[in-house]
Ligand binder design. Structure first.
Ligand SMILES: [Mg+2]
Length: 222
């Protein structure tokens, strides 16, 4: 019997692109303050680079396009990381899931990333009190990012449940399920229509036990 439901954050509970966009806004405002470039113009270029090239070099390429020095990159990265996200919200089915599940199950959050960034998101989404326990990987050392076993084990211990009594729900087969499965947790992959990993299909070892398209389907499988 399932007693604990543990969620991933990015693209599982909210649309991560919304966070990226609000970070791009903060960075574009900084550039517009410093150079004769409109914030809107810089923002549009950042977005189009992201669409074409994916993540990684967005800031460098945008600076190049405007003929600006790459020396701005560290400050842009810093601003992106510390910015307070504007209005961005949970997926509606995530909101509904919290309302249905709380009280009946222990609810946990295991999310990877830079502590400040992930906690800013949790704050902006207003979900801190929705969980019985939250673990952000980098609070416990970068080496404990998924798929390291540490966070899953710590969550299970905190909840005083066996792995078989817990389920982990995430969106990214690269790292979300492989270790959770090995430890004995049930795993669920949520396929978001706008998700970044929607077209990824890996070997069985990396894929979740179940796939759903909405958290409304969750109770049918657990
Ligand atoms: Mg994710």
């Amino acid at each position: 019997m399932i007693k604990a439901i543990i969620f991933d954050l990015d693209d599982t509970l909210y649309h991560e692109l919304e966070y990226v966009k609000s970070g791009f806004r903060a960075v574009s405002n900084y550039i517009a303050d410093k150079y004769p470039i409109s914030s809107e113009g810089f923002y549009k270029v950042l977005l189009s680079i992201l669409k074409k090239e994916g993540r990684g070099q967005t800031f460098d390429l945008a600076l190049e396009e405007f003929g600006l020095s790459l020396k701005e990159v560290p400050e842009m990265v810093n601003l992106y990381r510390i910015h307070q996200p504007e209005s961005f919200r949970l997926y509606p089915d995530a909101e509904r899931a919290f309302n249905r599940l709380s009280g009946d199950y222990k609810l946990g959050l295991i999310t990877d990333g830079i502590s400040k960034v992930q906690w800013n998101k949790i704050e902006a989404l207003g979900i801190k009190d929705r969980f019985d326990y939250i673990l952000v990987s980098d609070d416990h050392g970068r080496e404990n990012r998924k798929p390291a076993p540490f966070l899953y084990q710590k969550m299970i211990e905190e909840f005083e449940v066996s792995p078989q009594e817990a389920v982990y729900i995430g969106d990214n087969p690269d790292k979300d399920f492989v270790t959770a499965k090995k430890l004995g947790l049930k795993t669920v992959r949520i396929i978001r229509q706008q998700g970044m990993h929607i077209n990824k299909k890996l070997s069985e070892k990396y894929e979740a036990d179940y796939e759903i398209e909405s958290l409304d389907e969750l109770e049918e499988i657990i």
